[in-house]
Design a protein around this ligand. Structure first.
Ligand SMILES: Cc1ncc(COP(=O)(O)O)c(C=O)c1O
Length: 397
């Protein structure tokens, strides 16, 4: 009997299947709204020019490939802490924060969920809907997934009352993953007031919350996008943050992320630091250096930083104009205002009220690719495509 006989075959990853089907589709007219990466007007995901320059500098200066240590690139960690906790935050000088370079946002999510497990967490709550890798990470660590309602599909805005009602069933010590801007897949973000209320709620209930920040700078800009996260942490007093540089620096394959935590007392953070180091040691041993090195080079250099911020702004503005153009075209085509909320949503993703059968039909009959969930990647569009894409989408709305 084979060693592997007890394994059943897992279903294929639906998004990867969609990407392959799109590539193999020979039709002259086809649209890919399923892809999970940022694309420019020409449909490419180029390397940012600030990244190219920082990478050249980094390679020229590098004289060893020796391990950097369990925290990875310490300058990188400091810069990301500047973003998340603020440059002069007293918690940092008081030893009440920790930060570790991680292999992408997923590595940071894995470290945080593993830390929750070591703190005694049995169940981790994720938004419904959420990015499918959240429940995947939770389950892979042997923890139970709970779901909280997140958005009101009618208004296209976050539904704090429903969130709090569902999270009221969480036990003290349960984990909760809340996405910072921009929520994947809905594009619907929490207001500052929501963040404050959730922070106070988490403190009162003793919940172990991890904020997942994977699109910093894609919603309203670097400072704006961190305001909610900071308001939450100020109210909650304690919490964890998983930060990804995959999208805002376009570093996808380099795996640059950062896991951070804030605590009320330095003793707790000192103990947590030893556990995060131990979790890293048992999994990736030492974090990857290249992507974090690029980010540290950019953020540590005035001119490169300004260049990156300009590139980030142009990505954000492109998505905002595409949202407006698509919303206008859909309102005109469908005669309904229902999808006007595309313009109040943020970032790459929005979820359209299209059924799995509708999505299949669009793909098979009209060459428009999107997952069964109805999630579309706004950045997969260009201005020229919008009238036709709106015409096709309207047939399923
Ligand atoms: C919600 C969310 N969290 C985290 C990530 C982390 O991605 P990565 O591990 O590639 O940095 C992503 C990427 O798609 C995401 O959408």
């Amino acid at each position: 009997m084979s060693l592997y006989a007890s394994l059943s075959t897992l279903p294929p990853d639906a998004l990867l299947g969609l990407m392959t089907a799109y590539r193999e589709d020979k039709r002259a007219e086809k649209f890919d709204l399923g892809v999970g990466v940022y694309k420019d007007e020409a449909g490419n995901t180029p390397i940012l020019s600030a990244v190219k320059k920082a990478e050249a500098r980094l390679i020229a200066a590098q004289d060893t490939k020796v391990y950097e240590g369990p925290r990875g690139n310490v300058d990188f960690c400091t810069h990301v802490e500047d973003f998340v906790f603020g440059a002069g935050a007293p918690a940092r000088t008081e030893g009440r924060t920790l930060s570790f370079t991680a292999p992408g946002g997923c590595g940071a999510l894995f470290a945080g969920t593993s830390l929750m497990r070591r703190m005694g967490t049995k169940k981790v709550w994720v938004s419904k809907p959420t990015w499918p890798n959240h429940p995947n990470v939770v389950r892979s660590l042997g923890l139970v997934v709970g779901e909280y309602r997140y958005a009101d599909p009618e208004t296209g805005t976050a539904d704090r009352a429903a969130m709090i009602a569902d999270l009221s069933q969480a036990a003290p010590g349960d984990g909760v993953i809340i996405q910072g801007p921009c929520h994947n897949p809905t594009g619907i973000d929490l207001t500052l007031e929501d963040w404050r209320a959730l922070g106070a709620f988490a403190r009162e209930r003793g919940l172990a919350v991890m904020l997942d920040v994977a699109y910093h700078g894609f919603a309203g800009g670097l400072a704006d996008d961190m305001a909610g996260v900071q308001a939450f942490l100020a109210e909650a007093g304690e919490g964890m943050v998983a930060y990804s540089c995959s999208k805002n620096f376009g570093l996808y394959r380099e795996r640059a992320g950062c896991f951070m935590a804030l605590g009320e007392a330095p003793e707790g953070i000192a103990a947590a630091t030893t556990h995060v180091a131990d979790i890293g040691r048992a999994t990736w041993s030492m974090p990857p250096a290249h992507g974090a090195g690029i980010v540290a080079t950019i953020l540590g250099d005035k001119a490169l930083r300004a260049e990156w911020e300009t590139e980030l702004t142009s990505m954000r503005e492109r998505m905002i104009s595409l949202r407006k153009a698509l919303a206008d075209a859909l309102v005109e085509r469908t005669g309904s205002n229902r999808l006007a909320s595309l313009t109040t949503q943020n970032g790459m993703f929005s979820q359209l009220p299209i059924t799995p059968e509708g999505a299949k039909k669009l793909r098979e009959e009209l060459g428009l690719y999107m997952p069964a969930s109805g999630r579309i990647n706004i950045a997969g569009l260009n201005m020229g495509d919008i009238p036709r894409v709106a015409e096709i989408l309207a047939t399923a709305l």
